[in-house]
Design a protein around this ligand. Structure first.
Ligand code: NDP
Length: 191
């Protein structure tokens, strides 16, 4: 199937494993250039090297960083534009869930989870927004069914996911028509 992505540029956060890595691979298989990031430099380099072998070094760019550090995300955006000339799609996928109930979640854990869920969206979107705007690009935000159906054993992840869904609806309105924003509500994925 030709999705019309040849020679487009996609950015995937959390691209070194699981759903993010599968997304990077899918874009490359469609002929797109891909920039991706994650924190662990060794795992990132292993993924980058394997993808470069399969799809060619010129179409793959990887940078080790945390999406919670806005300066590093800004540099990643600058490097991506310098390398590929623009950005057509941003997949905000980086992160993980937290398993804990109301009774065993501390204030620090609440803050960490809220920070991760909100700023893993906000920092990349802020950094890539001007470039997506230039090309009439799209944001695909990875969210979870927990946004609408909370699980008590993942209390703060569920609450944060609901807030992120609300944020993404606002962004879908505010960034339209220049940038399309879609939120994907994942169920359980064996990653
Ligand atoms: P994985 O743990 O396999 O992949 C997560 C990726 O995100 C890794 O590349 C990880 O690399 C990266 N990452 C995590 N934190 C950061 C950070 N602060 N900055 C940059 N990169 C980061 O998880 P999945 O593929 O299963 O999940 C992908 C997304 O989908 C997550 O946001 C998850 O919450 C969400 N999701 C998953 C579901 C599932 O059932 N699998 C269900 C619903 C939502 P590193 O650790 O090196 O930074």
């Amino acid at each position: 199937m030709d999705l019309g992505l040849a020679e487009k540029t996609a950015v995937v956060t959390g691209g070194s494993s699981g759903i993010g890595l599968a997304t990077v691979r899918a874009f490359l298989a469609e002929g797109a250039n891909v920039a991706f990031c994650a924190r662990d430099p060794d795992r990132l380099e292993t993924a980058r090297a394997a993808l470069a072998d399969e799809f060619g070094t010129t179409r793959v760019f990887a940078r080790a960083l945390s999406v919670l550090t806005p300066e590093d995300v800004g540099t990643f955006a600058d490097e991506t534009i310098a390398r590929f000339g623009g950005c057509d799609a941003l997949v905000t996928n980086a992160g993980q869930g937290r398993v804990s109930t109301y009774a065993d979640t501390s204030d620090t854990e609440w803050r960490d989870e809220l920070e991760l869920k909100f700023f893993s969206q906000l920092h990349p979107i802020r950094a890539f927004e001007p470039h997506l705007r230039e090309r009439g690009g799209a944001i695909v935000a990875v969210n979870s069914l927990l946004a609408y159906q909370p699980e008590p054993h993942m209390v703060c992840t569920s609450a944060a996911r609901a807030g992120v869904q609300n944020l993404l609806k606002s962004l879908a309105t505010e960034l339209a028509p220049d940038i399309r924003v879609n939120s994907i509500l994942l169920g359980l994925v064996d990653s």
